[in-house]
Structure formats: structure tokens, C-alpha cells
Design a binder for this molecule. Structure first.
Ligand SMILES: Cc1cc2nc3c(=O)[nH]c(=O)nc-3n(C[C@H](O)[C@H](O)[C@H](O)COP(=O)(O)O)c2cc1C
Length: 345
């Protein structure tokens, strides 16, 4: 299937088109989102967004608004994206906004779906050094690699070994109550494992040098060792679906879950997680669940390479202890989420 390039135009987009065109497999279709987003179901989509000096692309924002209202405009599609900036900021921010909106409109995303280029291309310094080339070439090589992975993507079967990670107290947690509803909807043949990352057992990443991290990672470990290496790394290696159970703590993942994402770097040095699917159950007391979803996208999908199935997260709001199970229609939404986990994509 040919790649369809979703190409919101502005004064910088032609420059991006000139870079992209020779790097894509033959037959790519170019689509201006201002002409509508109909007929984009079941496709391989490459979003190509050039930002202006203000870190915006107005046509992209109009597309974002459409996607957020749509429900299912991008059903059964799989996506990746290239975002360029004039300055040094906002490329990642725009990318994860777009991934969340497209994902909730039904589009899956490859693991490591983003190639971004800041204005100076300094973000390619390390890759250029490792590849013995310059930043502009490293950028082009990254696009070619992404386009090849998108073109060759064949989908994943439903997960059979699900790992649920949490850092909550079972008796009181609304987030764990949501997981119980989802878990009850999973078929019997799905093996479910739960790991609690509580009690301060999980020290955060110390930020070893690249070579030290690689060295420990190659031995299946990490500088610190401990429960992360003994229990969590093997559980992640073994699963094909990872469910992150996230209570909203100050509009972010809780410290233990954040430490998990950071410490996963050692495992990531020797493994890619392209064939492991990421899910999120997110409960806020008031608002802001989308912020947590974006954190999961940038930390685990964009950085750590987990595959993002369509509508990867279920977002709920419940504050009082025990109140989640009283939300109207919550059992149905939990069951529907479980059923969706079991669909092939
Ligand atoms: C330390 C802390 C910070 C919190 N910050 C927020 C917040 O920023 N926004 C929000 O909507 N809810 C916030 N909450 C409320 C929880 O998200 C809420 O209680 C929800 O039910 C999930 O938590 P639970 O699974 O532990 O029950 C916070 C709760 C705690 C304990």
C-alpha cells in the first residue's frame, strides 16, 4: 500500500516537501488536509508538518480540531510523522498533540513514529556522530528509515501476554478500579500479570554515560539493579501488551511510573519494542488526562518505541475514593476498551 502524506501547507512546507519527496517509496500520495480528511481510513499515513517561527502551523491546527471532533476519521490507519521547526522548540509538542488527536480518531502509530528537525538540526548531533556523517544527512537517513518501516508495516495480532503496571493502593484507587473493569473484559486465554511499583523501591535513573548504560543493558541490567532489573525488566521483555495504570498526579505521571519510564532506557539500549502494544488507563480527579496521555506517547511510544494501537487510552474523571465505579456507563466503557484491545491492527 502506498504512503499517503498528510501535508498541511505554510510558507515552510515546500522546503519540507523537497526534502521528503526523494526519500519516500514510489507512488506516495500527497494530501492537503484543508481539502478534508475523508477517505483516509485504512491507510498508511505520514504526517509532514513544517512549523513557522512561532512554532505553529495553522493548517495543522485546523486539522487537529477536525480530528478531535471526528470520532473515527482515521479508522484502521497506521501513522508516522515528520515535523520541522524554524527555532529549537515546539516540534515535539506539536507532534504529540497530533499523535494523540489522530490516535483517538482511530489511527495507530508505529513505535518511534517521529522524525523531528529543530531549526539548527542540533538534535541530530549525536546520530550524526554515531553514523560518521553530518546533521542534514542524518536527518535524511532518519526519514528514509521511518518511511521504509511505515511502508513495510504489516500490523500486529492482539496481545496474549498483558503486563499492567501501577503505583496505586488497591483498596482505595480509582485507577485500579478502572483496570478491574477492563481486565474483566479480557478473554480467558490472555495471560495477565500485574506489577506494583510502589514503596519507594524504584530509584529514578541516575543518568549514566551512554557506554555505561549500554554495558549494563547488554547484561540485561542497569547500574542500580534491584526490583526494576529483577522483576520489571523480565516482565516487560515477556509481555506483548503493556497497560500503564495512571492516576493524574499534578498533571503528570506519578513519580514511580516516571522512574519506570526513565529506567527502561537500559532495556531499550538492547531491545526495540516495536511489536509491544502500549495502552493507558488514566484517571484524573478534575481534568488534564490528555496531559498524561501525551506523556505516555512521548515517553513510551516516541522515545521507547512501543507501538500505539488505535485509541490506546481510556480517560476518566473521578475524585472521591470509590467514585469511579459509580460513573454512568463505566462498566460498558471498560468492557469496550478490553474488546478493542483484542482487535488486530
Ligand atoms: C498527589 C496528588 C496529586 C493530584 N493531582 C491531580 C491533578 O493535578 N489533577 C487532577 O485532576 N487530579 C489530581 N489528583 C487526583 C487523582 O488524580 C484522583 O484521586 C484520581 O481518582 C486518581 O487517583 P487514585 O487512582 O489514586 O484514586 C491528585 C491526587 C494526588 C494524591
Amino acid at each position: 500500500m502506498a504512503i499517503t502524506v498528510i501535508f498541511p501547507r505554510n510558507e515552510y512546507s515546500e522546503n519540507l516537501r523537497e526534502i521528503l519527496e526523494p526519500l519516500l517509496p514510489p507512488g506516495a500520495l500527497w494530501r492537503d488536509p484543508e481539502e478534508g480528511l475523508e477517505d483516509l481510513r485504512g491507510r498508511k499515513l505520514l504526517f509532514a508538518v513544517a512549523l513557522d517561527q512561532g512554532g505553529c502551523n495553522m493548517s495543522c491546527y485546523r486539522m487537529l480540531s477536525l480530528l478531535r471532533r471526528s470520532g473515527g476519521l482515521l479508522e484502521d490507519s497506521v501513522g508516522a510523522l515528520v515535523v520541522t521547526g524554524v527555532g529549537e522548540l515546539y516540534t515535539k509538542d506539536v507532534a504529540r498533540d497530533l499523535v494523540l488527536a489522530a490516535n483517538l480518531a482511530g489511527c495507530a502509530f508505529l513505535g518511534r513514529p517521529l522524525v523531528e528537525a529543530t531549526g539548527s538540526l542540533r538534535n541530530f548531533q549525536v546520530q550524526a556522530q554515531l553514523g560518521g556523517t553530518d546533521e542534514a544527512t542524518a536527518f535524511r537517513m532518519a526519514i528514509a528509515e521511518l518511511a521504509e518501516r511505515l511502508a513495510g508495516w504489516e500490523g500486529l495480532p492482539p496481545p496474549r501476554r498483558v503486563l499492567a503496571l501501577h503505583a496505586s493502593v488497591r483498596s482505595t484507587s480509582n485507577t485500579l478500579a478502572l483496570w478491574e473493569l477492563v481486565k474483566a473484559g479480557l478473554p480467558e486465554e490472555v495471560e495477565v500479570r500485574e506489577v506494583c511499583l510502589q514503596n519507594g523501591t524504584l530509584a529514578d535513573c541516575i543518568g549514566c554515560s551512554y557506554t555505561a548504560c549500554l554495558h549494563f543493558g547488554q547484561q540485561g541490567g542497569c547500574f542500580y539493579g534491584g526490583p526494576m532489573v529483577e522483576e520489571v525488566f523480565p516482565a516487560v521483555r515477556d509481555c506483548d501488551g503493556l497497560v500503564m495504570l495512571c492516576a493524574n498526579y499534578n498533571d503528570a505521571l506519578s513519580a514511580n511510573l516516571t522512574a519506570f519510564v526513565n529506567r527502561l532506557t537500559a532495556l531499550f539500549r538492547q531491545n526495540r519494542f516495536y511489536d509491544k502494544q502500549l495502552y493507558g488507563l488514566i484517571v484524573s480527579g478534575y481534568s488534564g488526562g490528555d496531559l498524561i496521555a501525551r506523556q505516555l506517547i512521548s515517553g513510551l511510544n516516541m522515545n521507547k518505541s512501543f507501538y500505539l494501537p488505535p485509541r490506546f487510552c481510556l480517560l476518566e474523571t473521578a475524585n472521591e475514593k470509590g467514585s469511579l465505579v459509580k460513573l454512568p456507563g463505566i462498566a460498558e466503557r471498560g468492557g469496550a476498551f478490553a474488546a478493542q484491545m483484542m482487535a488486530r491492527r
